[in-house]
Design a protein around this ligand. Structure first.
Ligand code: HEC
Length: 218
């Protein structure tokens, strides 16, 4: 230690004795580039906050992470997701209670509002893979057609079942887990994204666009 540091050269209090009176200034003897250093304790309010927050952390850590007394953000979000999943499952349950092949063909697909809503949802979510005209390909001009990833929805073929409820379930659940998909491409479960009402409207739209496939009473 620099011996000059132990005493205040200006004859004031020794350096180790911190300022005791309010407003008293005690400087250490050294000076670098004109910069001097206080030799004072931090004020009590500052120390109280400093040590207080250390104590608070210990308590927080023990109660929060070791005793698990409080709910973590992850648990809170998990609970909320469960509530949402339950509500979704209940809505699907309710919709399935109302839906059947006859209702989809006879009621939903003949309701212009339901068909128009289904078309709207289709244009917003489905045309990237199935095409605006349901053919699953884009006319590139000059007789060239670029295939899209999805299956055509106007070719009279329904790979996972041709009943209206099969179509509803396929849109809702996506490609079945045990299927390899179409050229390796599987369709997502739209029930994760769209409410059952919209899936029913989509089904109504597809039925409406394929009247021969879904003649009433078949
Ligand atoms: C990211 C691309 C993609 C989007 C977007 C998409 N699909 Fe598909 N869809 C596919 C693929 C791929 C298949 C074929 C799945 C298979 O063979 O397992 C398919 C199959 C289908 C089938 C069965 C067709 C058949 O001939 O059996 C229906 C119905 C269908 N999609 C409806 C929809 C609807 C409705 C939407 C919009 C909500 C939609 N798809 C959006 C990729 C997509």
């Amino acid at each position: 230690m620099n011996p000059n540091d132990s005493k205040n050269p200006e004859g004031g209090p020794p350096v180790a004795e911190y300022a005791s009176k309010s407003q008293e200034v005690v400087l250490r003897s050294h000076e670098y580039d004109g910069i001097q250093e206080y030799d004072q304790l931090m004020p009590n309010w500052w120390l109280a906050i400093f040590f207080g927050s250390i104590l608070f952390f210990v308590g927080y850590w023990v109660f929060y992470y070791n005793f698990g007394l409080f709910e973590s953000d992850q648990e809170a979000i998990g609970k909320q997701i469960q509530v949402i999943e339950k509500a979704k499952a209940a809505a699907l349950e309710e919709m399935l209670g109302k839906l059947n092949d006859d209702a989809l063909v006879g009621t939903w697909a003949t309701d212009p509002a339901a068909v128009a809503a289904g078309k709207q949802t289709f244009l917003g979510n489905c045309i990237a893979c199935h095409g605006e005209n349901l053919s699953a390909r884009i006319d590139a001009g000059g007789g060239q057609f670029v295939p899209l990833p999805g299956l055509p929805l106007n070719d009279g073929e329904w790979k996972y079942g041709a009943k209206p409820m099969d179509i509803f379930r396929l849109i809702n659940n996506g490609t079945p887990a045990d299927s390899a998909g179409h050229n390796g491409a599987k369709m997502a479960a739209w029930g994760q994204i769209l409410p059952p009402m919209q899936i029913a409207q989509l089904t109504a739209y597809l039925i409406h666009e394929n009247p021969k496939d879904f003649a009433k009473g078949e």
